[in-house]
Design a protein around this ligand. Structure first.
Ligand code: ZN
Ligand code: ZN
Length: 408
């Protein structure tokens, strides 16, 4: 039996403070998701605390733990994972950061952390940015949409630096070193220089003049964060004996897969945003199952709209994801399907919370439970009860009969 894991990023939510007449419900409870409901009904359900009860997780630490890599041991920051997800060549000691193309006003106040979800023209901006004279070797590379990565290479640099803020309405302050180390002070200085120069070089860039004419937010600054060096991840095949593949629109998840030695399936229609073609990704995942034992299909759009505090779009994305889930359930053969959210993302707060998130195993030989709907509330009645991220792969391995017995 094979295994398909579908992570619907930040799908889980809290009771919405106010949404028309349907207040006190979550987006999963409002959305029309018959296929997810059906799988919850037929499957084994539960709740997931990716890092442990009460611990708020980023997508990076959450997904690492779900794949069985203890983030408290291996995590070195989000930047390196994003860097690994691009086709950029990196060395062991490179300082890796993830960045946003963003919009600031003349006073450096952040207006839009995604530069209006820029999706066109970034290849020209990338070229211009790489012409900056920074005094150290560096490379900026686009990832997907408004996301890009920055790699710094020099003898005495350190990842112990603050993040640039991505909180809209706040002024972009200078990045400070996190300790007195010479390398940290130098790295902070280099990054501040880069941010300043990115603004100077981008503010009147032709791509941005055109965006302004079209009433769009200009991508006039680069905001780097999540500094770190490349982590070492044990090879996924050696760890579990499963040939793994990853289908995702975002660099973070591709990077994790790449570092774990899994195959990255590129789907041109996958954007990591709500305009992503979920059906194309679902089909690519089914295809990958023909040649792999384990496929991770990651959907990002649900988390994006939650950060944007856009309830309406979250419901819409959930319904579109549900159609893809329906297609998968009708076409998948001899495969255990696991559907989960890596964490809860509250659309009221616009950020992740530690509230447990749904997890459903479907198409296995397990004893089913009494859950009837794919919602946070229903999952409290699930037979899988409440598990941590590090428990997910062991549960899957047991179900597909690839677990090793301890003792005789
Ligand atoms: Zn996430
Ligand atoms: Zn998020």
């Amino acid at each position: 039996m094979k295994s398909l894991m579908i992570i619907i990023d930040g799908m889980a939510d809290r009771e919405l403070k106010a949404y028309k007449d349907k207040s006190k419900k979550t987006p999963l409870e409002i959305a029309n998701i018959p296929n997810l409901d059906q799988m919850a009904k037929e499957g084994l359900c539960g709740l997931l605390d990716s890092l442990g009860i009460g611990k708020r997780a980023g997508s990076d630490t959450a997904i690492l733990s779900i794949l069985g890599y203890d983030p408290y041991d291996v995590y070195t920051g989000r930047g390196p994972l994003e860097v690994a997800g691009t086709k950029i060549k990196f060395k062991e000691d490179d300082i890796c950061l993830r960045c946003n193309y963003a919009t600031v006003n003349d006073d450096f106040v952040l207006l839009d952390r995604t530069a209006g979800h820029i999706s066109e023209g970034t290849e020209y901006l990338e070229k211009t940015l790489n012409e900056i004279d920074l005094g150290v070797e560096f490379k900026l590379k686009n990832s997907a949409g408004y996301r890009c990565v920055l790699l710094l290479r020099d003898d005495d640099l350190s990842p112990s630096v603050e993040d640039a803020t991505t909180e809209e309405g706040k002024k972009i302050e200078e990045i400070k070193p996190l300790d007195d180390d010479r390398g940290s002070i130098k790295t902070a200085k280099v990054l501040n220089e880069f941010i300043k120069k990115s603004y100077e070089i981008l503010k009147d860039h032709p791509v941005n003049s055109k965006r302004k004419e079209e009433g769009k937010m200009p991508a006039n600054i680069i905001l780097p964060r999540g500094a770190g060096v490349i982590p070492r991840l044990e090879n996924f095949y050696e760890k579990y004996g499963l040939r793994g593949a990853v289908v995702s629109g975002i660099g973070l998840v591709k990077g994790m897969g790449h570092l774990a030695g899994m195959d990255i399936i590129d789907v041109p229609e996958a954007t990591g945003h709500i305009d992503s073609d979920f059906m194309a990704k679902g089909k690519a995942a089914l295809d990958a199952l023909k040649t792999h034992d384990f496929v991770l299909l990651h959907i990002e759009g649900t988390d994006e709209v939650s950060h944007d505090k856009n309830v309406k779009e979250k419901i819409m994305v959930l319904e579109r994801v549900d159609e893809m889930i329906g297609y998968i359930s009708r076409h998948v053969e001899d495969t255990l399907v696991t559907i989960l959210a890596d964490h809860t993302t509250s659309t009221d707060l616009g950020d992740h919370t530690a509230d447990p998130a749904p997890i459903v195993l479907w198409n296995g030989d397990f004893i089913t439970d009494k859950v009837r709907e794919f919602t946070e509330r229903e999952m409290y009645r699930g037979g899988l009860h409440r598990i941590r991220g590090m428990d997910v792969i062991p549960v899957i391995l047991d179900q597909i009969n690839k677990s090793k017995k301890f003792g005789s």
